[in-house]
Design a protein around this ligand. Structure first.
Ligand code: ATP
Ligand code: MG
Length: 390
């Protein structure tokens, strides 16, 4: 166990994170609040987490000297970004506690091994085929169309995905994706999307946040709602059980998010896993007694875990760069004064210096005494920001 505030080789115990994006930033904030020193490895000098960390190692993720510096500084190391090479985590893991481990991250990084893991866990996923050769493409069953062709690796926020209705479109799409290994998933009739976040310690103790209901726009998370009854209780329980089974089977240590689809007939289908805190869990910073980042710190440091409690209904709005680019070519600052005048609004901006379309700049969480209040305030905030109605 790495107690907060303990001295290690003459300095305060330091926690490290691979990747300096907004998830890393919120991890750093949670770790610092508990008295840890922090180190971030990210090549970008202006990375959101690097800007606020005690140490910022600005090298590539596979740079041996960068990894050695991180090892030297830190007692334990986590990751915030799915595409951090699993090999880098393996190198770090030879010297320090690393959570999640390279094996779990490797599975989550590849849709082919990820889906094989779902099958192992007995959790249903969308019907799919692996497309890794012209022969595999030709052999695709008609029942998988219309479908979505997704690159097996390196996709996020809907990138590396093409929707296809016919075989001819499938061929063109695979060409467009440079014929890298892909999965073709059947397009499912979605009634809703949801996700569950669990934290599992090295001792196998596991806790979870409540089920989160998510709305995506253009393949990017737009809104997360979390309150009692957001989904029928049986469905919510099924999603929690499936998430726990997926984490258990991986012998996972750390924070894990599992995304699900709810189909028109109320069947629950797993979509994908993220081996880290998740955008859909940001509401926990303000609506729960422990946030997903607190849980990440606890699992990494080997501190005790207890079941988090949500103390307020919550709606989270993702704040994309588009909000800064409403008028003309000059970016404008959104009307935070009017938004923050609404009761129960919590603004979190990630310190990014450049806004671009689809870029996650921050999020706004609305909490309140009642769901009606939260809904009314969130709708008003969305109006003030010129966002699509909830
Ligand atoms: P992220 O990493 O941001 O969660 P991603 O790029 O990994 O996203 P997915 O989660 O695979 O992408 O898909 C993004 C969105 O596209 C889903 O949340 C869902 O709205 C839609 N989608 C993906 N697969 C399917 C499917 N098989 N049927 C219907 N809709 C789908
Ligand atoms: Mg997704």
């Amino acid at each position: 166990m790495l107690l907060p505030g303990s001295l290690q080789a003459g300095q305060l115990a330091t926690l490290g994170v691979m990747g300096g994006g907004q998830l890393g930033r919120m991890f750093v904030q949670a770790a610092q609040a508990m008295g840890y020193f922090t180190a971030v490895l990210d090549p970008d000098p202006a990375s959101p987490a690097g800007l606020i960390s005690h140490y910022h190692i600005q090298t590539d993720y596979l740079d041996q000297s960068g990894l050695a510096q991180l090892t030297q500084r830190c007692a334990a190391i986590t990751t915030e970004f799915e595409n951090v090479p699993a090999g880098a985590l393996q190198t770090l893991g030879a010297h320090r506690l690393v959570a999640p481990g390279a094996d779990a991250v490797r599975i989550a990084q590849d849709r082919v091994s990820e889906k094989a893991h779902f099958v192992r866990c007995g959790v249903a996923c969308a019907p799919y085929a692996v497309i890794d050769s012209a022969g595999a493409l030709a052999a695709v069953e008609a029942a998988l169309l219309p479908g979505i062709l997704k690159t097996a690796r390196m996709g996020y926020d809907g990138k590396g995905q093409i929707r296809v209705a016919t075989r001819a479109e499938l061929q063109l799409a695979w060409d467009e994706l440079s014929q890298v290994t892909c999965v073709l998933e059947k397009m499912l009739p979605l009634k809703a999307e949801c996700s569950v976040i669990v934290a599992r310690g090295r001792d196998g103790v596991m806790v979870n946040l409540p089920v989160q209901r998510n709305q995506h726009r253009d393949g990017i998370l737009a809104v997360t709602e979390v309150f009692d009854g957001v989904l029928p209780a049986a469905l919510a329980a099924q999603a929690v059980d499936a998430t726990r089974a997926i984490a258990e089977e991986l012998q996972y240590v750390g924070v894990l998010c599992v995304e699900f689809f709810v189909l028109d007939d109320d069947a629950l289908v797993v979509n994908e896993i993220a081996p880290r805190p998740h955008n859909s869990g940001h509401y926990s910073l303000h609506a729960c007694d422990q946030s997903q980042f607190d849980l990440q710190v606890r699992t990494l440091a080997g501190l005790p875990l207890n079941q988090p409690r949500q103390h307020s209904p919550a709606i989270m709005l993702n704040l994309l760069g588009d909000l800064w680019l409403k008028r003309g070519s000059e970016p404008v600052t959104p009307p935070w004064d009017a938004v923050l005048a609404l009761p129960g609004t919590h603004l979190n901006l990630y310190g990014k210096l450049l806004a671009s379309r689809g870029r996650k700049m921050g999020h706004l969480t609305v909490t309140g005494a009642t769901l009606e209040q939260v809904r009314a305030t969130a709708a008003q905030a969305a109006r003030l920001l010129g966002m699509a109605p909830l």
